[in-house]
Design a protein around this ligand. Structure first.
Ligand SMILES: [Zn+2]
Length: 196
């Protein structure tokens, strides 16, 4: 799945030749942390948990945004940002991105290849110093590096900043590394980063 996801097209080889189909998509997946149905009273062995989580490797790529969700508590019904309000924020951010990228032939930040993320739309060295160090030490690969930069640009667009700052990069890193980010409860009028 990795190749179609990165290239936005799928190539099928058949006896009569090759066929190419467009395949731009956004992959959204959810899973329990382990195979049992009682995560709070888990009885799974460590190997069983590893085998279960290894099945996610079938996706062929680590998601750019991972969130660990907890069971909704009593405050789940508290009035927060409505879906309609979130949609307005997302639409505004997508317009900002589309305007910026039009000249490059891209629509959304997720379309940006690494060469553009580090070239024409490269960020100041100081801003990406920590992220670059993660690549140098092998903590993340180049695919992760590109994914984090794409997410950081989207966070910047949601916040209305000209380009992602250090905090946007740090937030994108937390989204990328599973288990480190918690969903942010948005309040009306407050521009918190949300997956877009
Ligand atoms: Zn379990």
């Amino acid at each position: 799945m990795r190749r179609p996801r990165e290239a936005g097209r799928v190539v099928l080889a058949r006896a009569r030749g090759m066929v190419t189909y467009p395949a731009p998509f956004q992959l959204v997946a959810t899973s329990k942390p382990c195979p049992c149905t009682a995560p709070s009273a888990c009885t799974c062995t460590a190997p069983a948990q590893r085998r279960y989580q290894a099945r996610l490797a079938g996706l062929g790529t680590r998601p750019a945004i991972s969130l660990q969700l907890t069971a909704p508590g009593r405050d789940a019904c508290a009035v927060g940002e409505s879906s309609a309000q979130a949609a307005v924020r997302v639409a505004r951010a997508r317009t900002i991105a589309a305007d910026r990228l039009r000249g490059d032939g891209y629509r959304v930040n997720a379309d940006l290849p690494l060469t553009t993320l580090t070239g024409r739309h490269g960020l100041p060295r100081r801003t990406v110093a920590g992220l670059t160090r993660m690549v140098d030490t092998g903590a993340i690969g180049l695919t992760g590096y590109a994914g984090i930069l794409q997410t950081a640009w989207t966070i910047g667009d949601l916040r209305g900043t000209e380009r992602p700052d250090q905090d946007a990069i740090d937030t994108a890193i937390a989204f990328y590394l599973p288990g480190t980010a918690q969903p942010v409860p948005a309040r009306p009028g407050q521009d918190e980063p949300r997956p877009a």
